[in-house]
Design a protein around this ligand. Structure first.
Ligand SMILES: Nc1ncnc2c1ncn2[C@@H]1O[C@H](COP(=O)(O)OP(=O)(O)OP(=O)(O)O)[C@@H](O)[C@H]1O
Length: 664
């Protein structure tokens, strides 16, 4: 039945509406807010009918944007998504008594990141609680994300308050996220299919609002991580909450950006007057002695505190000046103390690999990765690791496996780039006896089935041929493998971790990788930073030296001289951890003294800051030279590829072209 016209109008008017609003109001009085904001949903319904011309009886169901649209929405918000993750996880932790899924959307309502204690079930996914779903009010009608974006207000849309009946199973609580210029940059939504009492919804709205504040603040600080931040708070209590005014100062001491934590959506300050002008024009500050700022990690910042007076009003405020120490370490990481220079062997996991905490080190990006993994490792979410060659994707995957419940099960690695295309199918799926000439007599259990009860690690997944992607998709969807030459499926159950150095989303967008497989594999996407970008480079270098020294059975491993460490810190490390490990092995092999001098470092490292990193080689060396490199690296293709500064695929291609095979 078509509910347009009068009936729909009646429905619009007769809603028993309840929502909560007024972002700046600290005294969240449930009753007051309900009546104050009832019109938000009512006007949203009116917009749906008269402005968007939506018809309640003609909803086609959730719209999932294309991969290209998804990427163009997600890419500009990469940093925000990254910064928001730990806050969303904290929110989920507080909501864990109810089955909530949290979505972060872009300003048009495209769901960019979807997180929950368990992945959204089928019913929720069918309602559009999934990555890539479009929640804009003009398309999806009255709903949490769409209506909070349209009204610039936090809002709870409970069940039949949704415009379209297909969303009536959901209760959605959402709030906009504002940039420092007062523009909406995203929205945060917590949705549940549980029928929660009103008091609970009120509590959740409060949590969602607080979380958006934390995200806004972290986003501001992250974008201005290299700048001095001046905070001005009306009182110490507020300073501790971190909701006051923050000004990012340029080198000349003038504000470049302002974040108003009290009223992010409608800032009270006249930005035009303040930005680019000396602080003394509007603030008079008397600085006190130095001490750590309230509620901040004293390690991360040096600090001044003082009393500020706003010139116009004379109002006294608490001021704090935060200078990020990190700024000094960006170009060149701070040298560890000589104490730290003593080589210490990093902790190894159960199977001799590096454990997650060691892999995280003191790098904030890796720290976040590990936090995410620890929280979600046993939630049956496939993990997609992205990073340049040698950044430690496989090592990280092993760490994840060992941190999960299936740690005692097998960890099966399939390198999709190194198995010849004509063999990959039988290798992965196995085959029945007598399926084809050359097959083993007794048949073969495929590698996928071998991972049963453990973890399947698909390395270089971007290199998997399209035809096999279809079969892999079926395995993942149905939880069973059908070996070649048989119709009998084998049930399998494992965690899936994939890795790639390619842009899989882009490949999916232009048809080189199946989109449905991409979405199935990318449950959790983690970026492993290249070594040159790690904040804890010095620690990683010393850790690698310690591991190699232990493997080479040094009783008393030599220490790195200060000059040698300087040189290592200045490298760009195109081969990342792999290259570093090789360099350390080389240096140890060449050193008889107690200290590694710069001359003991490998010749391929750049010894002067003026030398730039070599561009990857494009032409193949002569066959003899290739063989020499391989022999030097014990025929380890990865190590040989890093010595040659090319990818493994390139090296495989050269070997094939020159008919070079590993000797028996
Ligand atoms: N944090 C670390 N400290 C020391 N060594 C590490 C670290 N992370 C990884 N490694 C070592 O670096 C080498 C390369 O790591 P790994 O194979 O995991 O990288 P990858 O990203 O999977 O490489 P590829 O892109 O070539 O597949 C391995 O020998 C691994 O043990």
């Amino acid at each position: 039945m078509n509910e347009t016209g009068t009936k729909q109008d009646e429905l619009v008017k007769s809603r028993d509406l309840a929502c909560f609003s007024n972002f700046g109001d600290a005294s969240l009085q449930e009753e007051g807010l309900r009546s104050q904001c009832a019109h938000l949903i009512e006007t949203s319904w009116e917009r749906c009918v008269s402005e968007y011309k939506l018809d309640r009886s003609r909803h086609k169901g959730p719209e999932i944007v294309t991969a290209v649209e998804y990427r163009s929405a997600a890419d500009p918000l990469d940093l925000l998504t990254h910064v928001a993750r730990p806050h969303i996880e904290r929110l989920l932790g507080r909501l864990s008594s109810s089955p909530y899924v949290v979505m972060l959307s872009d300003p048009n309502g495209i769901a960019l990141d979807v997180l929950g204690d368990s992945p959204p079930d089928k019913a929720m996914r069918r309602m559009g609680v999934c990555t890539g779903a479009l929640w804009g009010e003009d398309f999806a009608g009255t709903n949490g994300i769409g209506t909070s974006l349209a009204t610039r207000s936090p809002v709870t849309i409970h069940r039949d308050q949704h415009f379209f009946p297909s969303y009536e199973g959901l209760t959605c609580t959402a709030a906009p996220i504002f940039g420092s210029d007062g523009e909406i940059i995203a929205a945060l939504d917590a949705s549940s299919i549980a029928d929660l009492p009103h008091e609970m919804q009120f509590f959740i709205l409060d949590l969602v609002m607080r979380t958006t504040r934390h995200i806004e603040r972290s986003y501001f600080l992250e974008r201005n991580r290299d700048r001095t931040i001046l905070r001005v708070e009306a009182g110490l209590a507020r300073a501790e909450e971190g909701v006051g005014l923050m000004l990012a100062l340029g080198d000349d001491g003038c504000p470049l950006e302002i974040y108003d934590g009290h009223r992010p959506g409608s800032p009270m300050l006249d930005r035009q007057r303040i930005i680019g002008n000396p602080l003394s024009g509007f603030l008079e500050i008397t600085w006190q002695d130095a001490s750590p700022p309230p509620g901040e990690n004293a390690d991360a910042f040096v600090e001044r505190i003082g009393i500020a007076h706003v010139k116009d009003t004379g109002q006294p405020c608490f001021a704090s000046m935060i200078t990020p120490k990190r700024r000094r370490s960006l170009g060149k990481p701070a040298k560890p103390s000589s104490q730290a220079l003593a080589v210490k062997r990093p902790t190894l996991g159960k199977n001799g690999g590096l454990d997650l905490d060691t892999l995280a080190g003191r790098d904030p990006v890796m720290g976040n990765n590990v936090q995410t993994v620890r929280k979600l490792v046993d939630k049956r979410l496939p993990i997609l690791l992205h990073g340049e060659t040698g950044t430690g994707k496989e090592e990280f995957a092993r760490g994840i496996h060992e941190a999960g419940r299936r740690a005692n099960g097998p960890f099966v690695v399939i390198d999709c780039s190194s198995i010849p295309e004509n063999l990959i199918e039988s290798e992965l799926f196995g085959y029945e006896a007598g399926t084809f000439t050359g097959a083993r007599r007794g048949g073969r259990t495929g590698r996928i089935a071998e991972a049963n009860g453990g973890t399947l690690f698909l390395d270089e997944i971007g290199d998997m041929p399209l035809t096999l992607q279809t079969r892999l998709l079926r395995v993942l969807a149905e939880g069973e493998v059908v070996p070649l030459g048989t119709a009998k499926p084998i049930k399998v159950d494992f965690n899936v971790i994939c890795a790639t150095h390619r842009d899989l989303a882009e490949m999916a967008a232009d048809g080189r990788f199946r989109q449905d497989l991409y979405y199935r594999l990318a449950g959790i996407r983690l970026n492993l930073p290249p070594l040159r970008d790690r904040a804890d480079r010095a620690d990683v270098i010393l850790g690698a030296l310690a591991i190699e020294a232990a493997q080479m059975e040094f009783d008393a491993p030599p220490r790195l001289s200060d000059e040698a460490l300087e040189i290592l810190l200045a490298q760009t490390w195109p081969g990342n951890m792999r290259e570093l490990r090789l360099a350390m092995r080389y240096a140890l092999a060449c050193t008889n003294e107690a200290e590694i001098a710069p001359e003991r470092l490998p010749h391929w490292l750049k010894t002067g800051p003026e030398k730039k990193c070599e561009a990857p080689r494009t032409t193949a060396p002569a066959a003899d030279d290739l063989e020499d490199v391989l022999m030097r690296n014990d025929w380890c293709v990865s190590d040989a590829a890093s010595e040659l500064n090319v990818s493994r695929q390139t090296l495989y291609r050269w070997l094939k072209r020159q008919n070079i095979e590993r000797p028996e």
